[in-house]
Design a protein around this ligand. Structure first.
Ligand SMILES: [Fe+2]
Length: 273
């Protein structure tokens, strides 16, 4: 195994490593330890099936399904993320996955299936590094605060499509707005992280709208400063996994009209937020 860091803040490419062989030889803890250290891991040339990808994600804890995405091969945990000229991805902004859940995913495992010839990278930002970059006064101010995360905000474009509200009726009903601490403590590393994002976080509780808007705007800009980020270039059969509790990511939608398809499995983890 050869581990090469992707930036000073987070991310590593792991070469000479077969993830499924590692699983069958009991090396799950090695993968978990690497993920705790680097927050984002990229493995190349992994010809795993959707079922194997599901099993890989299971090493991080129970799996979750998604209320709005289609799935693969009758495997409800393996979501299909597709972007085409006719149906481009609507997700543009920095986010952590599914923070509208009471217990958002701890780890996301994504596999490149159809990769465009150029473009389509994913940017990641370390919320651990971003927290460390705050002033002592700002850390103390944020510590007691809670923020509300809302499925309806994150999927507002889908909801505003013709028939969108009807199509997503169950998802809306099953996912009312939920509160999370603005500053979380990672259950495995013990490090503090910023846990708000531009996609799903609607407001901070118990402060004025102006204060909430201003603080969220600052946090969302601060959290993704270039020094807290890394960039992953996809290849077919790349597997990229990230700690969803301590990172944010942003798709770079610069590859159209070429199609792009990924398979995604998310694990709630053993100790989610
Ligand atoms: Fe995402």
């Amino acid at each position: 195994m050869k581990v090469t860091g992707l930036s000073g803040a987070l991310g590593a490419e792991v070469a000479d490593f077969d993830v499924m062989a590692a699983l069958s030889s009991g090396a799950e803890q090695d993968i978990r330890d690497l993920l705790n250290r680097y927050e984002v891991l990229c493995f190349r040339n992994q010809t795993v099936t959707p079922t194997e990808q599901r099993d890989l994600a299971s090493i991080f804890g129970p799996l979750q399904t998604h209320p709005a995405y289609g799935t693969v091969d009758n495997l409800p945990e393996v979501m299909l993320l597709e972007s085409t000229k006719e149906k481009p991805s609507k997700i543009e902004v920095w986010h952590s996955d599914m923070t509208f859940r009471e217990h958002p995913p701890s780890v996301t495992v994504l596999k490149g299936v159809t990769i465009p010839p150029v473009g389509g990278d994913t940017l990641f930002a370390s919320m651990t590094s971003a927290y460390e970059g705050l002033s002592a006064g700002m850390k103390a101010y944020l510590e007691p605060l809670y923020a509300v995360h809302d499925f309806a905000q994150g999927f507002k474009e889908s909801l505003s499509e013709p028939g969108g509200r009807e199509r997503l009726k169950d998802a809306l009903n099953n996912n009312p707005p939920i509160r999370h601490r603005v500053i979380q403590t990672h259950p495995e590393t013990g490090k503090k992280v910023i846990f708000v994002n531009a996609l799903f976080t609607s407001h901070i509780e118990d402060v004025s709208q102006l204060e909430s808007d201003s603080i969220l705007r600052f946090l969302c800009q601060h959290a993704v400063l270039p020094e807290f980020t890394c960039r992953v270039h996809w290849q077919q059969n790349s597997i990229v996994m990230w700690d969803n509790r301590s990172t944010q990511h942003k798709p770079v939608n610069d590859f159209l009209p070429a199609p792009r398809a990924l398979h995604r499995v998310v694990s709630e983890g053993f100790v989610p937020y």
